[in-house]
Design a protein around this ligand. Structure first.
Ligand code: ACO
Length: 316
């Protein structure tokens, strides 16, 4: 659990944006292709509907452009683009290169695949780049899971969907917003959630659920310890939106009230790398940070990976 050196150059958010697949698919619509029902999906997952459609590059370009417009900066002033995705449009090249060109950036661009933990992984890497001299970094989390789901499989299809969230970080004088972070992976668990190249998602849902709660709590505790804060200090939690019962169980074990958790899963489903930025910056999360708030971002995903970060909110 590395600590951030007090001399490290910090960063803060200066712009953000989100986008969703253009087509809304209700739970009732799913009953046409599988043996399921609206009541089961709502009760067991918290999902009411999801958005599907668009490529990873398309959704990323929309959210990235909104973030650039909000920041009001020259795209050429971005020093690197990090795209967290587990659903790239092509095996080669990285989808970040397509997005870099579409947004008119003139900088290095690379993809990060840490499944649903990807946005927080990208955020940690972005702070590292700023620590070694970059001024502005764009981090985007985008997934188009509808393209790798078997739409007749009731074990997976109701859960996954498409979306994107982008953020621009700028260097600050002094320590900045990141107080503590943690990234984890346990490759011995890869068989419980995977998709072969060109194939669809296979998942042992019960086992993922069981591990998810434990690794979210573990990662959050590591980040809080690194940041020197306790659960009492946490103003807002932005959890990965995989299942409302996973979020509730993790908050319960951490001793954090669910009222402090931003929830968007009812509208978005599980959008993997986009899930945390959608809950943080998108229209559906009810809980939004204000200046000075201590914010916990925490996610888990295939791998199994986990990642968390503690931020002191001081966005522009
Ligand atoms: N509709 C109706 N009934 C269903 C459905 C469905 N879609 N799916 C399962 N059922 C039935 C089962 O057949 C079972 O029936 P039975 O009791 O007659 O045998 C019953 O509902 C209970 O099934 P369980 O599998 O025990 O359901 P559970 O409560 O575990 O919920 C779920 C399943 C939603 C998949 C849950 O286990 C879960 O959310 N797991 C975590 C998944 C997750 O987070 N994945 C994403 C990871 S992030 C990433 O990297 C992409």
């Amino acid at each position: 659990m590395p600590q951030i050196p007090s001399s490290a150059r910090g960063a803060r958010f200066i712009g953000w944006g989100t986008s969703l697949g253009h087509r809304v698919v209700t739970n009732d619509e799913l009953t046409a292709s599988m043996d399921t029902n609206d009541e089961w999906i709502r009760e067991r997952t918290g999902i009411h509907r999801r958005h599907v459609g668009g490529s990873t590059a398309e959704l990323s370009t929309i959210s990235g452009q909104i973030a650039l417009d909000m920041a009001g900066i020259d795209p050429k002033s971005i020093d690197a683009l990090i795209l967290a995705t587990t659903t790239p449009d092509r095996t080669v090249p990285a989808t970040s290169a397509t997005v870099q060109n579409a947004l008119g950036l003139a900088c290095g661009a690379f993809d990060v695949n840490a499944a649903c933990s990807g946005f927080v992984y990208g955020l940690v890497v972005a702070h590292g780049l700023i620590g070694v001299g970059a001024e502005r970094i764009m981090v985007i989390g985008t997934d188009t899971l509808s393209r790798i789901v078997d739409w007749t499989d009731r074990n997976t299809a109701p859960l996954f969907a498409d979306g994107s969230g982008a953020a621009i970080l700028e260097s600050t004088k002094g320590s900045g917003q990141l107080l503590g972070w943690d990234i984890d992976a346990d490759g011995s668990a890869e068989e419980i959630l995977y998709a072969e190249v060109g194939s669809t998602i296979q998942m042992n849902g019960k086992e993922v659920f069981r591990r998810a709660v434990r690794i979210m709590v573990d990662s959050a505790q590591k980040s809080m310890a690194a940041a020197g804060v306790t659960t009492e200090d946490i103003s807002i939690v932005i959890p990965h939106q995989a299942n409302i019962r996973i979020i509730s169980a993790a908050c319960d074990r951490l001793g954090i009230s669910m009222d402090k958790a931003s929830i968007s899963i009812h509208e978005t489903g599980n959008t993997s790398s986009a899930s945390i930025p959608l809950a943080l910056f998108g229209d559906f999360g009810q809980v939004k940070p204000k200046d000075g708030d201590i914010v916990l971002l925490v996610g888990f995903g295939a791998g199994m990976t986990a990642a968390s970060a503690i931020l002191r909110w001081n966005a522009q």
